[in-house]
Design a protein around this ligand. Structure first.
Ligand SMILES: [Mn+2]
Length: 424
């Protein structure tokens, strides 16, 4: 665990430099009429859930190259998130993957998470692979399967995930289905859709009244001809048929190249149906790269829609989660970079002059509309994000602090070089 006094000592050395940059930025934001204290609070409050599977080195189907010291059980996963949260004060939630993360002792896990100020965000079911105790195989689908016995097993699994989540204090179930077909003619589209809807109805009926059902979509992979829930339209169709507790989850990487994700976000919030958001980045497909690593402007535009949606619609605050995992970096460093990117995009979106934007739009002043957005995007808001995190007791530079404190070295010394993340 990271001693908060070490973070303080780390900050002390950097404080003067930070204050110089922050002084300049806060003055120019004040000058623009921006309520700096208000946005500092909004940035500080923003918490992004860490998925339990991102704490180990991710892989492709070609191989995995672990860093060592990975968390081989749920207790260690929660502790790793505790390290991240101590450093950045922005990762105060975990999203568990069942059955990989079923707690052996629910009370002990809840106590540990509570001590580390970590909440339980949405729980994720898994019917994209067979588990050791599966009676049936999901090779040809789960909730959409042609065989009612397979569907029954998949439905039962989702109900159990809800039950585990209830014990932990989670409030949402995320369903992502790998179901689909890889060859034309393999599926009857309408049949697969209807069976999925009927299965989801049974799961929906099992939800406690204060829970949400988040339906994730993906255009291709692992199936390459059709996915049963390929896009936000299909997800929304299912959610609207299920009821008020069901909504759509947008995963940034689950779109075909060049899809206008910000428009999807905007419209879903307009009808109060954006339930969750998974952050990552990609060049081509579902690449699961570090947030903001490839398309930071798109991330900013999405945050502009999220900010406006949170201010102007009745959409409940979505569940925020990072869903990234790759092969190259220390996964903890990767998560720190992802969270930082998210906060930078959020901060930029918070300083946009939306009144000026609306005026420009009303006059069809295209050049000004673009400039208003780009003025915010081109502002270096890093001192603003640092100040928000510093005020909450976090590190002025979480990645540098992580390295300075030799976290990975200590994890390897404690857990061993061959300790592998459970589930991966
Ligand atoms: Mn996802």
């Amino acid at each position: 665990m990271v001693d908060p006094n070490r973070v303080k000592a780390f900050n002390k050395e950097r404080l003067l430099d930070h204050q110089k940059h922050w002084g300049f930025l806060s003055e120019s934001l004040n000058h623009k009429g921006i309520d700096v204290d208000k946005i500092l609070n909004e940035i500080g409050d923003f918490q992004v859930a860490i998925p339990s599977w991102a704490l180990g080195t991710g892989g492709t189907r070609f191989g995995r190259f672990p860093e060592g010291g990975e968390p081989s059980n749920l207790v260690n996963k929660i502790k790793d998130i505790g390290v991240l949260h101590t450093l950045n004060k922005s990762s105060g939630a975990v999203s568990l993957h069942i059955p990989w993360d079923i707690p052996k002792d629910f009370t002990a896990i809840k106590t540990l998470a509570n001590e580390l100020d970590i909440k339980f965000d949405a729980v994720n079911s898994n019917t994209f692979q067979d588990q050791t105790n599966n009676v049936h195989s999901y090779k040809f689908g789960s909730l959409s399967h042609i065989d009612p016995e397979v569907r029954k097993e998949a439905i039962q699994h989702n109900k159990e995930v809800i039950d585990h989540g209830v014990e932990l204090g989670s409030k949402a179930l995320t369903v992502w289905l790998a179901d689909g077909s890889s060859f034309a003619g393999q599926h009857n589209f309408r049949g697969a859709f209807q069976r999925t809807l009927d299965s989801l109805k049974e799961i929906y009926d099992h939800l406690p009244s204060d829970w949400k059902l988040l339906i994730e979509y993906k255009p291709y992979e692992p199936n390459f001809y059709s996915m049963v829930i390929p896009d936000w339209g299909t997800s929304h169709l299912l959610a609207s048929k299920l009821g008020d507790q069901a909504s759509t989850l947008v995963d940034l990487g689950h779109h075909l190249p060049n899809t206008n994700v910000e428009q999807i976000v905007s419209l879903l919030m307009h009808i109060n149906k954006l339930g969750g958001f998974h952050f990552n980045d990609s060049k081509y497909g579902d690449d699961d790269l570090t947030v903001g690593a490839i398309k930071p402007y798109q991330l900013f535009l999405i945050f502009c829609e999220l900010v406006q949606g949170m201010r102007e619609t009745l959409n409940p605050e979505p569940s925020w989660m990072i869903d990234a995992s790759h092969n190259l970096k220390d996964p903890m460093e990767d998560l720190l970079q992802s969270v930082e990117s998210i906060k930078i995009a959020y901060a930029r979106a918070l300083i946009v002059d939306y009144n000026q934007l609306k005026d420009a739009q009303a006059q069809n002043d295209v050049a000004t509309s673009q400039s208003v957005l780009q003025d915010a995007f081109r502002t270096d808001v890093r001192p603003l994000v640092k100040e928000a995190i510093y005020q909450r007791g976090g590190a002025l530079d979480s990645l540098a602090a992580y390295r300075d404190l030799n976290v990975r070295k200590k994890l390897i010394a404690t857990r061993g070089l061959d300790s592998k993340s459970s589930g991966l």
